[in-house]
Design a protein around this ligand. Structure first.
Ligand SMILES: N=CN[C@@H](CCC(=O)O)C(=O)O
Ligand SMILES: [Zn+2]
Length: 411
């Protein structure tokens, strides 16, 4: 059972040597092969090269990609796609002038989504969430991280994580689960934040471990949500249960979240709309991946993560959607890549690296996805006929992906 893709106009993100991620100036290098072939066997990339060297074997399927390009699928390392209902009412409130913060202070925001989720059955939550997962897969996402954090009770957080587990079992793409119980302080614990954190530590974490429901732990380290001390507490507790940190920091204020993340060997620190020079310096020569979420900046009209400054300082950068009902009701990685180029002044090469290999690293999946490398999963995007790969970010809002293959199978 082997499939041959032949006459590929350009095969993009070809990595012969195994790399974990790319940083600084290297982010502007995107290795490609023009007029290429690619062989898929048993769901994995078995071979690739220039058409001159194309094997002449009998293939069970041959796909002629004349005029079209092939890239590894997008790696979306930060989403909240398991949620109930949506918040279009708050969208109207913001159009009329309220800020995200003002809406949250009135009991809207995350608490609004938590209320809806608590009232939704696990079955219904699964049905709503799978529609979003299928939608993003069609848009080219081939690996995704999904967070809890709209439950805000032990039972509702477990409900979310069980839905993520069921998605993992039923869909062919790589899915990683993150426990984000400390996403907001629930109404019932308004003046009892420490009690809420103790509840998460003493009751939720052991159950998560028992049912093997998460790989990562997250917390919203932000003014008005959880402090650096709270973050320290949760990350240390998570570690006792084998959970690696991937945290929300610097969305609205710089309070030391980057430093606490690096100190606890976070796999990623995400958002980074507000970055001090000290934050950038802290991230240098570490294994913590900075993750920018440009669709969130777009939707909330807040600053974009200073990608140029970070990359020019030698840092790596990953791009993700942040798909959620409040700050980013979109899971379109193509839009993320475009917006990173248009608003954050990343080159197409930098943006594609950030949305593939660096995104894979931010989920611990760099050995499985994120590049065209032998032995990696054949998770591929076949473009429409395009002139150059720069057309993908250039033609923002237009889908240039003709088909998506997961483990070599067209979805
Ligand atoms: N900022 C924290 N959490 C989400 C938004 C949550 C919401 O508004 O529902 C984010 O990453 O943007
Ligand atoms: Zn988020």
């Amino acid at each position: 059972m082997a499939t041959l893709f032949k006459n590929i106009k350009e095969l993009i993100q070809v990595r012969k040597e195994s790399i974990s991620f790319v940083s600084g100036k290297d982010m502007n290098q995107l290795p490609t092969i023009k007029n290429a072939f690619l062989v898929v066997e048993n769901g994995l990339i078995a071979d690739y090269g220039a058409m001159n060297d194309c094997p002449k074997n009998d293939f069970s399927e041959v796909i002629d990609a004349t005029g079209k390009m092939i890239l590894p699928t997008w790696c979306d390392s930060h989403t909240h796609i398991v949620y109930a209902g949506n918040r279009e009412g708050e969208f109207i409130d913001r159009i009329k002038g309220l800020t995200y913060e003002e809406i949250a202070n009135r009991g809207g925001g995350i608490l609004n989504s938590a209320k809806k989720l608590q009232e939704t059955s696990e079955e219904n939550l699964y049905e709503q969430s799978k529609v979003r997962l299928e939608e993003v897969m069609q848009l080219g996402t081939g690996a995704v991280e999904i967070k809890s954090g709209y439950g805000l009770t032990v039972d509702a957080e477990l409900k979310m994580l069980r839905v993520i587990k069921r998605l993992k079992e039923n869909y062919p793409i790589e899915i990683k689960a993150t426990f984000l119980g400390a996403h907001a302080i629930p109404e019932a614990y308004k003046e009892l934040k420490n009690d809420y954190l103790q509840l998460l530590i003493n009751e939720a974490l052991p159950k998560i471990k028992n049912e093997n429901l998460a790989e990562y732990i997250d917390i919203f380290c932000e003014t008005g949500y959880f402090s650096v001390e709270d973050t320290q507490l949760m990350l240390e507790a998570g570690k006792q249960y084998g959970l690696i940190p991937k945290i929300h920091v610097n969305q609205f204020t710089t309070i030391g979240g980057v430093q606490v993340g690096v100190k606890h060997h976070a796999l990623s620190v995400d958002h980074l709309e507000e970055m001090s020079d000290e934050d950038i310096n802290t991230l240098k020569n570490t294994k913590t991946m900075p993750v920018a979420l440009p669709s969130c900046s777009y939707f909330l009209s807040i600053p974009y993560a200073p990608a140029r400054k970070m990359i020019d300082a030698g840092l790596p950068l990953a791009l993700a959607t942040d798909y959620n009902p409040g700050s980013t009701p979109s899971g379109n990685m193509n839009f993320v890549v475009s917006t990173a180029c248009i608003k954050m002044k990343m080159t197409p090469e930098e943006a594609i690296n950030a949305a593939t290999i660096n995104g894979a690293y931010a989920m611990g999946l760099e050995n499985k996805v994120g590049s065209i490398s032998k032995g990696k999963r054949a998770n591929l995007m076949l473009t429409k006929p395009i002139n150059s790969y720069g057309v993908i970010p250039y033609s923002f809002g237009t889908n240039q992906i003709e088909s998506v293959f997961i483990n070599g199978v067209k979805i």
